[in-house]
Design a protein around this ligand. Structure first.
Ligand SMILES: Nc1ncnc2c1ncn2[C@@H]1O[C@H](COP(=O)(O)OP(=O)(O)OP(=O)(O)O)[C@@H](O)[C@H]1O
Length: 718
């Protein structure tokens, strides 16, 4: 018990031992949420004696889940199964693996990523003899996404005996989408949207399945709750209904996925959803210097729709944040690289202590060029995903063939290396398979002696696959991969091809599997491994050696770095003019939260940079309003900024978005009793006209809080 509480402050300890009921932890950046969650999990297992099979812990990314499992293992010992530390999607897969047969799908259904989705579309385009291009694919995938916004379409997919014929009357897109669903069903593939939707349908149609899970999960905890969507919220709410133990952690100021359906209201109005819920605040910030924190606090205060909460620094003072203004983007990039060089030389910072963050991927180009010119190693995180690379997808397709023998994997590797099974022979296989209700692989086996398949590598391929399948049980995943690469001739083919980078990537894949097997200390079987990999998303970053880290702010969520450069802080880029156009104030506030997430990643030093010139669309560049919103004494300005330019920028900001902050003011008077969704009931002590805030003394808090007069959820108590 003592060991569990070691290194936790009082509020964290309270969170750890609060196991019963509905509890929300509202915590700012760097306040040790993740640490509290990990220890709470261990507390439930070690001190309450509850088996991990009864505890669901939902994280935002697979990577976060993996990290948490690793840390939990250290606290509870390596033997226990921690499979329920997972993402929403990972959890849905668990549910479906047990009971999807009730919806007439096999338990070894496959999971489709974007590449797989495109492969299906490509086949349809070929069949319908349509011209294809990336743009059409994207449009169709967006449409499919919209269709899957609710669960109606699932009925169609789970109907027994195949899907109804495509609606002849529908437009071309409609017909393609019908074909797509049909193909999806043929390969029993579920994409990310389907995973959640199928679970909802399963729970709805089979209440016994829902109650099995409700029974099983005594404790549920959710990380990054502010970024949960309605569906995700509904899922945990449903699961928690029986035991009523739901513990959520989040920071409403870090909601950055509103554009994708995230809604911080489940966090902010938690008490309304769960009357009597308990709230714990974590206020100390263990990450950043007081200088960085003040800047973050000052920035986020400009948001109206928020719960006011300052973070308190634990670390001693450090250096002031810096705003660098360059005359052009080359100069900006050069300055950044010089700073990095001197950090490395003087302060003995390592390259990997430095992160360069930006609003959008294209902004990294200048810095990259400069880094290359100076021979500084860097890694772009979340860029071209490791698992999207051709050779990695090929290798994994081999494993999938061994595990499930699915058609997608088959199509991917049957002719790589060349086995003389090209388009024509594939069409033969496809046609036979569809006619006879067999998989492509089964068809190949059945017709291996057919004249169509004479003089091909079919027999050798089948022999290799059959041998691998037989040895699946005795070998672990890394050994199996090695064998597969050799037996099928894939490795030899890659060697002949001679692309060293691809060979390195394959070696890296093998290495990552070995490492995974070792750190987890659990025997992991092929199916489990493939499932984990197929759930990897953009958010899952790979770690590399000592290199500078470049990534978008979205990717940096949840991470921390000693030295942070937030670059391209130009009006129209950050905040993004597109977001503001589409979502007005709400969009602007989300952009500000993004900036807040960016600056609060820094531990020791923070640099915000931007430069003059013109944007891609020809618009003159001005410094971001987010820089002007922060009091000037909170940062040091380097590079000089012409007062005339500041004035121009301010005019531009005012004129361009018509976002004068004139939301209706509430006219509460001093002394009014008010209700606040998080802090409860309190009295207005004074009104600050200049800052447009009420100072409210809440009955449950020791000190008063400034609450914006625009905050709509402050209500008069009748
Ligand atoms: N009680 C504590 N004492 C000392 N250090 C702590 C304590 N709690 C957390 N930390 C450290 O503070 C840093 C931030 O913690 P953590 O990543 O858990 O914060 P977080 O709230 O999840 O952050 P964010 O929301 O910004 O992603 C980590 O380096 C962690 O090790």
């Amino acid at each position: 018990m003592e060991k569990l509480m070691e290194g936790l402050n009082e509020a964290q300890q309270e969170a750890v031992v609060s196991t019963e009921g509905y509890i929300r932890v509202v915590a700012g950046a760097g306040s040790g949420k993740t640490r509290a969650l990990t220890h709470r999990y261990a507390f439930i297992v070690n001190e309450l004696g509850v088996d991990p099979a009864h505890v669901l812990s939902v994280t935002f990314t697979n990577k976060a889940a993996h990290e948490m499992r690793r840390r939990v293992k250290r606290l509870i010992g390596g033997e226990q199964d921690t499979g329920f530390i997972t993402t929403y999607h990972g959890f849905c897969v668990r549910v479906l693996r047990e009971d999807i047969h009730r919806l007439f799908y096999p338990k070894n259904f496959s999971i489709l990523d974007v590449e797989d989705q495109k492969t299906l579309l490509r086949e349809i385009f070929e069949d319908m003899e349509l011209k294809m291009n990336e743009k059409t694919f994207k449009r169709l995938l967006d449409k499919i996404g919209i269709l899957k916004g609710n669960t109606h379409y699932v009925q169609q997919m789970i109907m027994r005996g195949g899907m109804p014929a495509a609606d002849e009357a529908g437009d071309l897109d409609g017909q393609i989408i019908q074909q797509y669903l049909k193909k999806q069903k043929r390969v029993y593939g579920l994409d990310f949207d389907d995973l959640l939707n199928f679970v909802f349908v399963l729970f709805e149609q089979y209440p016994d399945v829902l109650s099995k899970w409700q029974d099983r999960l005594y404790y549920i905890q959710v990380d990054e709750f502010q970024d949960s969507s309605l569906k995700q919220f509904e899922l945990v709410r449903m699961l928690a209904q029986e035991h009523e133990n739901l513990f959520v952690v989040g920071d409403p100021d870090q909601t950055i996925y509103e554009w994708r359906g995230a809604d911080p209201k489940y966090m902010i109005e938690f008490e309304e959803f769960f009357p009597g819920a308990q709230t714990v605040f974590l206020k100390e910030n263990y990450r950043s210097t007081p200088e960085i924190l003040s800047l973050g606090n000052a920035l986020i205060k400009n948001n109206y729709f928020r719960v006011d909460k300052d973070m308190l620094p634990v670390h001693p003072p450090g250096v002031k944040a810096v705003h660098y203004h360059g005359k052009n983007d080359r100069e900006e990039a050069k300055w950044i690289v010089q700073q990095i060089q001197s950090l490395v030389e003087e302060k003995q910072a390592r390259l990997s202590d430095v992160a360069v963050l930006y609003r959008a991927g294209y902004l990294s180009r200048n810095v990259e060029q400069e880094l290359m010119a100076e021979n500084l190693e860097y890694t772009i995180f979340g860029g071209f995903k490791f698992f999207d690379r051709m050779e990695i997808k090929d290798a994994l397709a081999h494993l999938k063939m061994i595990a499930a023998g699915d058609d997608l994997s088959f199509s991917r590797i049957i002719n790589v290396p060349k086995r003389q099974i090209g388009k024509k022979r594939m069409a033969f296989i496809r046609q036979k398979a569809e006619a006879e209700g067999l998989s492509y692989y089964e068809t190949l086996k059945k017709y291996e002696d057919h004249e169509q398949l004479q003089r091909t590598g079919a027999k050798a391929f089948i022999a290799a696959m059959e041998e691998l399948k037989e040895r699946k049980k005795e070998l672990n995943v890394s050994e199996l991969l090695q064998e597969a690469m050799q037996k099928t001739g894939y490795e030899a083919y890659r060697r002949e091809d001679g692309d060293q980078e691809r060979l390195d990537n394959l070696a890296e894949l093998l290495h990552s599997i070995v490492q995974y097997e070792q750190t987890l200390g659990e025997d992991i079987d092929l199916d489990e491994y493939l499932q984990m990999i197929s759930l990897y998303t953009d958010h899952d970053r790979e770690e590399r050696m000592d290199t500078i880290k470049l990534m978008t702010i979205h990717t940096a969520k949840g991470l921390e770095f000693p030295y942070v450069f937030v670059i391209g802080m130009t009006e129209g880029v950050m905040p993004s003019v597109r977001t503001i156009r589409q979502r007005k104030e709400r969009g602007l506030e989300e952009e500000r939260r993004l900036a807040y997430v960016a600056v609060t990643r820094a531990e020791k030093a923070l640099y915000m940079t931007e430069s003059e010139g013109f944007q891609n669309g020809g618009q003159k560049k001005y410094p971001s309003r987010f820089i002007f919103e922060v009091e000037e004494d909170l940062y040091e300005r380097v590079g000089g900024l012409d007062p005339a330019l500041i004035e121009e920028a301010e005019d531009y900001i005012r004129a361009s978005h018509h976002l004068k902050q004139e939301a209706p003011q509430q006219g509460f008077e001093k002394g009014t009793r008010v209700h606040h969704p998080v802090f409860g009931i309190g009295t207005i002590q004074s009104i600050d006209e200049k800052k447009n805030t009420y100072l409210v003394f809440f009955d449950n808090l020791k000190a008063p809080r400034p609450i914006s007069r625009m905050f709509k959820k402050l209500e008069k108590v009748q």
